[in-house]
Design a protein around this ligand. Structure first.
Ligand SMILES: *[C@@H]1O[C@H](CO)[C@@H](O)[C@H](O)[C@H]1NC(C)=O
Ligand SMILES: *[C@@H]1O[C@H](CO)[C@@H](O)[C@H](O)[C@H]1NC(C)=O
Ligand SMILES: *[C@@H]1O[C@H](CO)[C@@H](O)[C@H](O)[C@H]1NC(C)=O
Length: 355
């Protein structure tokens, strides 16, 4: 749990640029069951591989595998960094971070995210690098001045020249932008593809908001809004986050509170999915018949179940246990198989990026 929280720390780094390369490093001391150091690499928010100080290297995507087959020296470089260089660097860094916090031992976690973003329309490249310590942001590199900024008062006392050499950082940013362009070029069949989502309307109970769910889209840059008479709504709506699916696509949802809308006005509402680079929007009109619910099934099943139970009880008292058993065999299952359908569709798949 702790690990997951820590890994989520850097989520806010993501921004709506076209391409990104991110190296996440997590180093720990005194925490059982965590490798000393773990590095994961994401290209355009897609987890492509990880390596750790136990000398494990794991490539996640076919395009990543074929890239490293064609560029074995890059794989060797990652292995060298991950298996040999970084465990020592990060151990030394953790020690130097412990001092300003007056810590002499115990379990500590140091994280770094670094990489770059590249807008292939404007050509703009922006490097970033940031440290977190024990679950909180600590230091960030100013992308323009290449100076470290303390994000917590204690960080002011960290001898910053110790952290990373300024020239190293400029070098890293240039290297990362070169690498990112190579990865995008190699992986373009996957990274530059477009997949359209299926859009559905869901409602948990008759008084719940209506949720418009778009799932299965790629790339991540997309928007989903509710409109009334063609105008985007900002009140009465609740936007969910964009979440990854298991298969490399994304999902998101937006809820509309209909409590003060009369049934005649429903037709004035629609849900619109817009995709970066795709001309045609997917428009879903708010219509009663389109909404997938599960309460109507509950309503029909509950009286049947009750009737069977009443019947069974009557039978027990009247004719004994044997007859009851026969009746029980024909009664419907106590939990209708559709009852979990909605909650499954609404639950995000959040386990990407933690491997
Ligand atoms: C560390 O100890 C020094 C001296 O006792 C104190 O001035 C400082 O505030 C402490 N720092 C933290 C983060 O507790
Ligand atoms: C990916 O997964 C989502 C959600 O499970 C699904 O809607 C979509 O059809 C899948 N896409 C592909 C290409 O399998
Ligand atoms: C929907 O809006 C009504 C008022 O218009 C409010 O009382 C209610 O709490 C809202 N429901 C949700 C789920 O936000």
């Amino acid at each position: 749990m702790r690990t997951l929280l820590l890994l989520l720390l850097f989520c806010h780094v993501s921004s709506p640029v076209l391409h990104s390369l991110k190296h996440f490093t997590i180093a720990s001391t005194g925490i059982p069951n965590l490798p000393e150091l773990l590095v994961t690499v994401e290209v355009d928010e897609l987890l492509v591989g990880s390596c750790d100080s136990n000398k494990r290297m794991d490539l996640k995507q076919d395009v990543a595998k074929s890239f490293f087959t064609e560029n074995p020296e890059r794989l060797e470089r990652y292995k060298h960094l991950c298996f040999q260089v970084l465990p020592y660097t990060f151990k030394a860094l953790t020690n130097s971070f412990m001092r300003p916090f007056n810590q002499s031992g115990g379990g500590h976690v140091l994280q770094k995210v670094e990489g770059c973003e590249w807008d292939d329309e404007t050509g703009e490249v922006k490097g970033f690098s940031q440290f977190g310590y024990d679950g909180e942001d600590l230091l960030a590199l100013d992308p323009n001045t290449f100076l470290w900024i303390a994000l917590r008062p204690e960080a002011v006392n960290i001898p910053l020249r110790w952290v990373v050499d300024r020239d190293d950082e400029i070098f890293a940013t240039q290297v990362y932008s070169k690498w990112l362009k190579e990865y995008v070029e190699h992986g373009k069949s996957v990274l530059l593809r477009t997949e359209l989502p299926s859009v559905s309307l869901l409602q948990k109970t008759p008084s719940s908001p209506v949720s418009c769910l778009a799932t299965g889209f790629y790339p991540r840059r997309a928007s989903l809004v509710w409109r009334k008479d063609g105008e985007e709504l900002h009140e009465e709506v609740d936007h969910g986050e964009i979440l990854p699916n298991h298969n490399g696509t994304f999902q998101m949802s937006v809820d509309l509170n209909l409590s003060s809308v009369t049934p005649e006005d429903w037709t004035r509402y629609d849900c619109v999915f817009q995709h970066s680079g795709v001309e045609d929007d997917i428009i879903t009109k708010l219509e009663k018949d389109r909404i997938r619910t599960n309460w109507e099934k509950h309503i029909s099943i509950v009286p049947i179940t009750a009737a069977v139970v009443v019947l069974a009880l009557t039978v027990i008292s009247a004719a004994g246990l044997i007859v009851y058993k026969k009746k029980k065999a024909i009664s419907p299952p106590s939990s209708p198989d559709n009852s979990t359908e909605l909650s499954e569709q609404l639950s995000p798949e959040t386990n990407q990026g933690t491997a």
